[in-house]
Design a protein around this ligand. Structure first.
Ligand SMILES: [Zn+2]
Ligand SMILES: [Zn+2]
Length: 80
């Protein structure tokens, strides 16, 4: 397991929504919520379904950030 600062509560990442400028909320690791999200994943993330353990093994922890205001979603790679 890595030592992602967000997973371990060491720090928070503050991102703002490019659509409405609201703050994005960390929804947790992509792996943890992937099953719930997979039917709704954008096209460019679907390719990760089979390959993400390989793509993300370089010390980066992918987190899903969601805008509670407009529903905008993005994946941010967190350096471990
Ligand atoms: Zn993490
Ligand atoms: Zn927004």
């Amino acid at each position: 397991m890595g030592i992602c600062p967000l997973c371990n509560g060491f720090s928070e990442l503050i991102l703002s929504c490019p659509v409405c400028q609201n703050y994005l909320q960390d929804q947790g690791r992509l792996m943890d919520v992937f099953d719930d999200y997979s039917p709704y994943m954008p096209i460019d993330l679907m390719k990760l379904e089979d390959g993400y353990p390989h793509d993300f093994k370089n010390g980066e922890c992918p987190h899903i950030f969601l805008c509670p205001n407009c529903g905008y979603e993005q994946v941010q790679l967190i350096k471990e």
